[in-house]
Design a protein around this ligand. Structure first.
Ligand SMILES: *[C@@H]1O[C@H](CO)[C@@H](O)[C@H](O)[C@H]1NC(C)=O
Ligand SMILES: *[C@@H]1O[C@H](CO)[C@@H](O)[C@H](O)[C@H]1NC(C)=O
Ligand SMILES: *[C@@H]1O[C@H](CO)[C@@H](O)[C@H](O)[C@H]1NC(C)=O
Length: 382
């Protein structure tokens, strides 16, 4: 248990104000923490199915494909007759875009492209767009057309057609469908979810994600309601702190009983379009040191035989604890290496401490996005 020694020092540097250097833990305390997730799941398991089992005919369950636990991608079509695309259903952005026949960049030759000339329902808007994401960038123009997501038909939907794309050559998706708030979208455009609601295609202003682990099949985005068979126990509701991203206030992050980050409270963005857990670099560096992750070929690796002994990271949000065990925050690469999914860099997003709870978190916790009440629901996934 080498990392226990470092713990006090790191904790001091991060959370000096609130947490004094704590004593070493007894074996019983350590064991108790290891069992924390199990207990949490058991405790919630016994409860009855919750309130809003939706038998709403307007509720659509749409399958997503899990690409190596890195991206969750679903099919949509645009135009008349329909042209099919694979898109990331992304709560961390609010625009819809796909590659187009006007695009000359390499990624556009390896992905499906939209041809506006063969769609009888396409309407052009001259507006130029430039969208940057963590994984790449697209430049293009706006148009309107009919978008189909399974049985849901979304007419006169604004979307962007790419003319150039950067850094998306190997993406297992063609485009992105954003589910963030309208303020995050290209000025003056209506995001897909808002248009579906406005036109009465869905009745409840709610959507939800179930992200499966490792299995390629089984992940689902629900639009217009919640199918409660995909979570255990009651949904815990958390108010949205700023309706732009799906952003909430987090109370603290604890490891081995010591507050480790977010010491005075902080902000967290719940983002299905981010694969990992992202936080301020200084805290991430401290956690990597704690778990003994070493830089190998540009990635932080731990010994696979050590994973089960690493500590659980506990995210406390709105009075509830959301444990993330090492088996969730360490991923196995295709070459069999055990890599940390803890990623630094949020200091460049916002000046206040911000975390991004990506797919690593959302595989453990089924998530509901309630636009009607500006709140996020979380419960252990089945
Ligand atoms: C998307 O469509 C393709 C081709 O029709 C199909 O093979 C694939 O399974 C679909 N993906 C999902 C997630 O339904
Ligand atoms: C996923 O589903 C598709 C179509 O339903 C099937 O062809 C494929 O074999 C399934 N993959 C796995 C890993 O179960
Ligand atoms: C954040 O911004 C600083 C200054 O622009 C830069 O040096 C640093 O590399 C950035 N960090 C990340 C993780 O992007």
């Amino acid at each position: 248990m080498k990392w226990l020694g470092i713990l006090g020092l790191v904790a001091l540097s991060e959370c000096l104000v609130i947490i004094p250097l704590t004593k070493m833990k007894t074996m019983r305390e350590t064991l108790r923490e290891k069992n924390l997730l199990t207990n949490f799941l058991l405790r919630n398991n016994g409860r009855t199915r919750s309130q809003n089992v939706a038998h709403d005919p307007k509720l659509s369950l749409h399958p997503l494909r899990n690409y190596l636990d890195l991206a969750y991608v679903g099919n949509i079509s645009i135009g008349t007759p329909p042209q099919q695309f694979r898109v990331v259903f992304d709560t961390g952005s609010a625009d819809l875009w796909v590659p187009s026949t006007y695009c000359d960049s390499v990624p556009c030759y390896t992905h499906n492209v939209f041809n506006p000339h063969v769609s009888t329902t396409f309407r052009l808007s001259g507006f130029t767009v430039d969208l940057t994401y963590g994984s790449g960038r697209m430049v293009g123009f706006l148009g309107y057309d009919t978008v189909r997501i399974g049985k849901l038909v979304d007419v006169v939907q604004p979307f962007a057609l790419s003319k150039a794309q950067f850094g998306l050559e190997h993406a297992p998706f063609d485009g992105i469908l954003g589910l963030g708030y309208p303020s995050l979208a290209i000025q003056g455009t209506t995001p897909v979810f808002d248009n579906l609601k406005r036109r009465g295609v869905i009745s409840q202003s709610v959507f939800a994600f179930y992200l499966s682990t490792q299995k390629e099949n089984g992940s689902i985005v629900m639009l217009g309601g919640v199918d409660d068979r995909y979570h255990k126990g009651k949904l815990q509701w958390i108010p949205v702190s700023r309706p732009h991203y799906w952003q909430i206030t987090m109370n603290r992050i604890t490891i081995n009983g010591v507050a480790f980050g977010c010491c005075r409270g902080c902000q967290a963005i719940v983002d299905t379009g981010t694969s990992f857990l992202v936080g301020p670099s200084r805290v991430i560096t401290a956690i990597r040191r704690l778990i003994g992750a070493r830089l190998v070929d540009n990635e932080y690796a731990v010994s696979c035989s050590y994973v089960a002994r690493l500590p659980t990271i506990i995210f406390s949000i709105n009075g509830n604890d959301y444990p993330v065990p090492p088996q969730a925050y360490i991923r196995k690469s295709l070459r069999g290496k055990c890599l940390s999914t803890l990623t630094g860099g949020t200091e460049n997003i916002s000046r206040s401490e911000t975390w991004i709870l990506g797919d690593v978190f959302l595989r453990l916790y089924f998530s509901v996005y309630d636009r009607g009440n500006n709140r996020i629901g979380l419960a252990p996934a089945v």
